[in-house]
Design a protein. Sequence first.
Length: 318
Amino acid sequence: MRSQIMKFLMAMSNAGISPCFTNELEAGEQLVKTIEGSASWCYKDGKIVSANDAFGAANISFFQLNKVEVDSLSMGQFFVTGLTCLIIAGLTNVIKVVDVIAALSCEAAQVNVHSFDASNFEVCRPQRGQMASAFNMRNMLEGSKCSVEKSCVSCFQRIPQVHGPAAELIKNARKSAEIELNSYEAGLLGPESPGNDPSQLSLLLSSLVSCADLLWTNSWQRLTYLESSGECDVVPVLSCPTNDYAGLMRTVSLTEDQLGRELDYALYQLAQQEKAAIDNAVKAGIGAVKTKGPDDNNASIEAQKAFNEKAQHRAALD
């Protein structure tokens, strides 16, 4: 497509104007009419107004499209391209925090970290993404006093095996999308031009939806374990029909919401555990003060000091 089309769409968006799309099947044709100036109405700042008035006020000129451009826009290929890029952008942000949230859940669940050992991934399972995720988990949980008690259950054991491939897929999808967006047709557009086929991005879109589903499911399992202290046998599937663009767009927001719930509950559990530890320390300090004899003044002073510090810490947490 000509750069003129991109400039028109950017100007339209910056002016707060959007076509009046009635349904997904006719959206391409309606966009063509908007660009060529044959559409009667459009949205301007959320209100339906005359298209001529809105574009005239914004000083945006209509122009005629050639046959290849009309066919490309009418087929709705831009939906697949735009949707894929939006999901890639959303998941790129999500994948940056999933290891952090999972590490907090590991601490809250008090599971050990032996499943993330280098020998399990760098030697036995040398997949780049899994190695990187396991490395992140080891670094974040190194020296943790919480993640030592319980044996690691499956939803925590497989964190690198879910997060690693997801990160690799998103990174590769981003590269592929950038190449596709920067592709162009040799020479002028004409009958012999192959035009744009959305298959490349359609395949990426399917993979990205599956990726979001895996991240959502693994997070849901960890949250279920934290809430019930046991593994859940039934796992709901994040369902987004492939022919529903709005449903596909929800994959990222649903995954973000699920990870947010897991983060909130993990932080809550950690706060409760710390309060319990402070309570125990305070009780131990009181007991030490009461049992000391008159000749142990120094020990009594130290115990009282520890008691005061713990009490202040608890007040700060409250």
